[in-house]
Design a protein around this ligand. Structure first.
Ligand SMILES: *Cc1c(COP(=O)(O)O)cnc(C)c1O
Length: 428
């Protein structure tokens, strides 16, 4: 696709955009009466206008019927988690019985590692990416300690080559093969939160299994951003949140995937709660845990109905738009942003850390600002740009990084154009 660097051209792309009306389904925050340029859907997606209605329906049911709401109404609370399954399964490429909304992301990571990180004295290592999101680092660190190992001996962190900002798939696969005798688990993110790199889930899983390891992914930045095929790619387990690209509200209920091949494995140890127990007998309150088949057997508690209601509202928007259509627009929107950045800035002014291959990224571009980055970022903020700033770290070395994620449901080509203009002025 050849783009042009002009406002009229950006507007013409919006005119042709089949998803352009979906912006109206969201509340756009304002600064001094004007819509902000909101590019932080990778951190907290915006509120769908349908969210309050569905939460209010549950509040009404609770008000009118009290405890009877568990079995009455349009969406009985007893079954509440099930109402999200069909839509979630499409988004992550799974069977409905392989996905469930529950808990929060880090909680699910721990719960599934209890089952899927089973180190022995010979096989106890975990491979992960260097610079992973801190919560994931802490989870891995505390899990290996829980099993009597030290993070130094048990956790292998893969970093990009010198002078490079993202990992090469070949280097990941080689590291897996090199460590195959001692490897218990591969735990990677789907999309790296800092660089925006989308890892090759299919190949990592295949080579990981060949090495005799279990393979899990944290899809916080991938779910709702890039279509996935967790079932076909034989991923063992995965976790994600719904408040980033899936617009379900701050701290909303998270998601979990367990592949069907593990659905009825009695040898998998787990931490159990009553909502994972055989549904038919759940209210008999009997001794002896009998897990539900599939990922439902990992549930601990009855559904957080108000949070899950917000999830249902946001999934309805995705279903209406069609996730494949969203991805088509997303690829083009981000490519347009990349084109404008390359057109207007020199390599000395800024560098894009994110891979330029659309198969290796989602909506986000991570932009390293070499000089006075923080000042530029603050200037943009004062002009109504909502993006995200990270100080220099091991990947970006000397430059601070601005993460910008135009999302296909509520961002436009014109907004991307205006953002790049503002960035040009701020850097000048
Ligand atoms: C956003 C994010 C989290 C946040 O974890 P919570 O348990 O939802 O607070 C964790 N890991 C990754 C990779 C993330 O991107």
């Amino acid at each position: 696709m050849k783009f042009k660097n002009s406002l009229a051209y950006a507007q013409s792309l919006d005119e042709k955009d089949p998803l352009k009306l979906f912006r109206d389904e969201f509340y756009i925050p304002k600064l001094q009466g004007e819509d902000v340029l909101y590019f932080t859907g990778n951190s907290l997606g915006l509120q769908p206008k349908g969210t309050a209605k569905i939460i209010n329906e549950e509040l009404e049911l609770w008000k009118e019927r009290g405890v009877e709401g568990h079995f009455e109404g349009e969406r009985p609370w007893f079954h509440y988690h099930k109402f999200a399954k069909e839509s979630l399964a499409k988004i992550v490429g799974a069977k409905p019985e392989e996905v469930v909304p529950m808990n929060s992301l880090t909680t699910n990571l721990h719960l599934l590692m209890v089952s899927f990180y089973r180190p022995t004295s010979k096989r106890f290592k975990i491979i992960t990416e260097a610079g992973a999101f801190p919560s994931d680092q802490y989870a891995l660190e505390s899990q290996v300690k829980f099993h009597g190992f030290t993070p130094e001996e048990a956790i292998i962190e893969l970093a990009p080559r010198e002078e490079e900002t993202t990992l090469r798939t070949e280097d990941i696969l080689t590291a897996i093969e090199t460590n195959s005798k001692e490897l218990a688990l591969i735990m990677f993110s789907g999309v790296q939160y800092f660089t925006g790199q989308f890892f090759n889930i299919e190949h990592i899983t295949k080579v990981g299994h060949k090495a005799g390891a279990v393979v899990g992914f944290d899809l916080a930045h991938a779910a709702g951003n890039i279509p996935l095929k967790l079932h076909d790619h034989q991923v063992d387990f995965a976790v994600w949140c719904h408040y980033k690209y899936l617009n379900s509200g701050p701290g909303s209920v998270a998601g979990a995937f367990v592949h069907n091949k593990h659905a009825n494995n009695p040898d998998l140890p787990r931490f159990a709660g009553w909502w994972g127990h055989n549904e038919e007998e759940r209210f008999l309150m009997k001794k002896g845990f009998k897990p539900m088949s599939g990922v439902d057997g990992w549930q601990l508690s009855n559904a957080n109905v108000l949070a899950t209601a917000a999830l249902l509202a946001s999934l309805a928007v995705v279903d209406k738009a069609g996730f494949d259509n969203m991805r088509v627009k997303s690829v083009q929107l981000t490519a347009f942003l990349e084109f404008l950045l390359n057109d207007l800035f020199s390599k000395e002014e800024l560098a894009i850390l994110t891979p330029n291959d659309s198969h290796q990224r989602g909506a986000q571009l991570s932009i390293a600002l070499v000089n006075k980055g923080r000042k530029v970022f603050d200037e943009l903020t004062s002009k109504g740009v909502v993006a995200d700033w990270r100080e220099p770290n091991l990947i970006s070395n000397q430059a601070g990084v601005m993460r910008v994620a135009p999302t296909p449901l509520y961002n436009s080509y014109e907004e991307v154009f205006n953002f790049v203009q503002l960035l040009r002025k701020a850097i000048n």
